[in-house]
Design a binder for this molecule. Sequence first.
Ligand SMILES: [Zn+2]
Ligand SMILES: [Zn+2]
Length: 424
Amino acid sequence: MKITIHRGINQIGGCITEIESSNGTKILIDLGHNLPEGDQPSKDQLDTPSHLNEIIQGVSHIFYSHYHNDHIGFEAKVGDKVTQHIGALSLQMINNLREHMLYADSLHEDAEASLIALNKFQVYTSNRREQYNDIYITPLPISHSAIDAHMFLIECDGKVVLHTGDFRDHGYHGEELLQQVGQSLKQPIDVLITEGTMLQRDDNRVMKESELQDEAVELLKTSKYVFVLCSSMDADRLTSFILAAQRQNKNRRIVADSYQTKQVITIKNSALAPYNDIFVYNFRYNTESEIDRMKRHGFLMFVRHSDTFQKNIARVLSETGINPQQVLFIYSQFKGYIIEEHKAYKSQLHDFVYKYEWQVEYLHTSGHASKEALKTLCEFANPTTAIIPIHKEKVGTLQSLNLHVNCPIVESTTTTNDIEIIIK
Ligand SMILES: [Zn+2]
Ligand SMILES: [Zn+2]
């Protein structure tokens, strides 16, 4: 068996792992686009067809661990010779996103091509072992800031690989799902390929999503009028704010635009929903009665960074006559995006957040495995041949975890125990 880490050993995102059997069956786990840096659109050499073709040459199947942009993005460009696989709810969520992108002139063409490709996707079933030529794959459900995320157990040439994708144990059902992964590992693992996003971050305890919900309740008590900026693809986070608003004051209007409402309904109707007693009002800012209700009962309105939302916010403020100083703006994403010194700093996003003299509060917790969760995973997987950390900064190191496993951490090309590992 040959394992090729095309990207990920020293970068977060743009993940691509290739597994090739001795008979020449080649599959990919994720084919992710590089993440953008700052205000610039994301750059990726795989946007050049010849580079992409080098990677997908001979590949018969691609398995996506989840729908985040750094794990998928070339689905329209890989061609019909490759079968692409993702979870059923993930497919619905990404379809909703692409349909929404059709409305933006600059994204319309790509969204259209993606929708055609997504229509041909195969859906895999959690915990069901399937054979693809001489490789067996079992998708194992796990918690992440993308709902319906999966790890993969890969059996090839008598060896077993566990690929974690992105995961965490502090989301809703996080601990339970991580334990279930532990229980489903019946045979010894030869190679563990694990995400290491948080490896270089400090040691502070990571806040659980349920604790974030409690903090949101407290924050909501401080203002009747609240805007929330969070990911429309993060089921846990949308759920946290909706439940917090319901708990704090059941009359508070929970407002979202038609796209976010669609995502919430998709989540709510799924068997994977963290809770299904959530409700949300479709945002109709031009309805006089809704504006009136928002002013009377207070509101929690989900917003996104866009010109449209800039106008929506201005309109809500002017039509309700609410003074921005009475308003709370909750920023619920990675803090680095709005800190000038950070390399991920997005100046336009910063200006959007600080546009008015409202109170800005930061309330967020990572979508990724804490060091503790990584240690738990590594120790119960207890691989015999190699641990390969990916989806991490160059400086992040698994050594810092003091793992109780008797297995080398591999970050450069080697052959061990009949497994060829190539780190690009
Ligand atoms: Zn990722
Ligand atoms: Zn992710």
